[in-house]
Design a protein around this ligand. Structure first.
Ligand SMILES: C[S@@+](CC[C@H](N)C(=O)[O-])C[C@H]1O[C@@H](n2cnc3c(N)ncnc32)[C@H](O)[C@@H]1O
Length: 346
């Protein structure tokens, strides 16, 4: 189901020739994502609920949203709620801060001072929620209109976003932006959003790695629990990814091929991952671009144990594939080996 809201389908202000980024503050966002955030906050946001930036890092996403809010006359009293631990908990965050800000942090050190400096111009437009998201709560009485998600890096965090924030979305109005949607490491996001497809339309199929969903109808508790517990067999995940590829069209469909490889590798290991990757690159038809090359780079360093640890907290906590999943995988490997004989490599 795609959105038929004329405000969103006819006019996508982030695509206009004069679309603005709002802010070029250093961060892990592409230019198209900056324009998207700025124009969502300026032109689409009505003030009916809060704006949340989940995963603010050094402030780029917060600044783009706050700049849009500043330029939006319909919501003069509103603020951007910026959530982050502000702790350099992973090497890529340490590396980014060193390379872009020239500050050498150790793993586990705080970068909140950098965030505060970056957002200084918008201080009256921001409310900061510092700390582990897994321990944060959002008042049940406070609806959320614009939810930017750049924090769902593990299944626990994805589950927390679903249980804590999705129930506060406003039917027929709220928007959810999933920043990691096309990153292969986050293959579970398209799976989860497919499981909730009845409740969301897609209003933007791709600005850099981000996809925008419009919340249409309340989600029954059982569906939310299944999605937040990531209770999907391998076969169900694969079918969900295929449906999502179809829904988003191109080039998103090809980006999700790499996510499918990651799902295969996570369940069955590196040998199956590499076979799937050969087939995915063979089948892809998109012109090379940043999202695709970032995805391929990540695939080049794929490590099944590492990703299981990252997603489940420990490799041994990942439910092993069932006998049906294994039989399915053997069948599809044989089929793709046969198919590859008839299709030349790119
Ligand atoms: C990719 S960065 C976000 C990039 C940012 N949106 C920007 O504009 O540059 C992901 C952020 O999630 C935060 N994060 C990861 N796990 C977290 C957790 N459990 N609680 C709070 N923040 C977390 C990290 O500290 C990091 O700043």
């Amino acid at each position: 189901m795609e959105s038929n809201d004329p405000r969103l389908t006819k006019a996508k202000p982030w695509l206009a020739p004069d679309a603005a980024a709002g802010s070029y503050a250093l961060g892990l966002l592409g230019l198209e994502e900056r324009k998207l955030l700025y124009h969502l906050a300026r032109d689409i946001y009505s003030g009916a609920g809060a704006i949340l930036d989940l995963g603010a890092f050094c402030g780029a996403s917060t600044c783009c949203l706050a700049a849009g809010l500043r330029d939006n006359p319909r919501a003069p009293e509103r603020r951007v709620h910026s959530f982050d631990s502000f702790i350099a908990s992973e090497p890529y965050l340490v590396d980014f801060i060193r390379d872009q800000f020239g500050e050498q942090l150790a793993l586990g050190q705080s970068f909140e001072a950098i965030f505060r400096r970056t957002v200084a111009d918008y201080v009256d437009r921001i409310e900061v929620h510092a700390g582990d998201l897994l321990a944060q709560t959002w008042p049940i009485s406070e609806p959320i209109e614009l939810l930017f998600v750049d924090i769902a890096k593990t299944l626990a965090l994805s589950g927390k976003v679903l249980t804590e924030f999705f129930p506060r979305l406003i039917p027929g109005k709220s928007l959810v932006v999933h920043q990691d949607f096309y990153h292969p490491t986050a293959f579970y996001l398209p799976v989860v959003m497919d499981s909730l497809a009845e409740h969301f339309t897609i209003i933007e199929t791709g600005r850099d790695s981000s996809v925008v969903f419009k919340f249409e109808s309340p989600i029954p508790q059982a569906e939310l629990e299944r999605a937040s517990g990531y209770d999907f067999s391998f076969i169900q995940q694969k079918a969900a990814l295929r449906r999502m590829m179809h829904r988003v069209g191109m080039p998103g469909g090809d980006y999700l091929r790499l996510g499918e490889c990651a799902a295969i590798g996570t369940a069955f290991g590196e040998r199956q991952f590499r076979a799937a990757l050969v087939s995915a690159t063979r089948q892809s038809t998109i012109a090379p671009c940043q999202v695709w090359s970032d995805g391929l780079k990540w695939c080049g360093a794929f490590n099944a144990v590492h990703i299981r640890n990252r997603l489940w907290g420990s490799a041994s906590k990942m439910p092993p594939p069932s006998a049906t999943d294994r039989a399915y995988m053997i069948g599809s490997s044989v089929w793709s080996a046969i198919a590859s004989r008839f299709k030349p490599a790119r």
